[in-house]
Design a protein around this ligand. Sequence first.
Ligand code: SF4
Ligand code: SF4
Length: 174
Amino acid sequence: MSVVQNISRLSKWYLPGIIGGLIITMRHLLLNLFNRKQMTTVNYPEEKYEYSPRFKGNHVLTVKKDGSLRCTACMLCATNCPADCIKIVASEHADPTVEKYPTTYEIDMLRCVFCGFCEEACPVDAIRLGPEWQTPGVSGSNFIYDINTLAYRSNLKGGILSHVDDEERHKAGI
Ligand code: SF4
Ligand code: SF4
């Protein structure tokens, strides 16, 4: 079979293609200018797209009723993370009724693939992927999220309460 195509005389000229493209661009520009409600694009950052509540965006470390971290530093999230981007340093808690807790909990957001495996692996609802998707930063260190950012950043308004309650867990013997 021949791979050589018959090219018409007109198609050898690039000008008709360019003019056709410009006409399409101008048509869309004018339609959007005079009918902004029909625009398919969003005027970011003035307008922001509302994603589904199931959207997996920036991580949140949840807190207990007293505001301390829910995380028990069990390492399940870090072990399950396919990008190996969670770093935890665990420590014994002074209160014997409390399991270990993380003295360091960091996520390298530049390596994270937002798969949600950390959230799935956590047995105590200590980590969730929330609806926020903006991750601005001016240097690499801005993308290492620590405990302060993950649990207590200003838009979390003091922290997100975990569904898992210690009293209920102790009653159930877990
Ligand atoms: S979302 Fe996936 S890649 Fe990101 S920290 Fe969690 S497990 Fe790792
Ligand atoms: S976030 Fe959950 S899975 Fe990860 S270390 Fe803490 S308790 Fe374990």
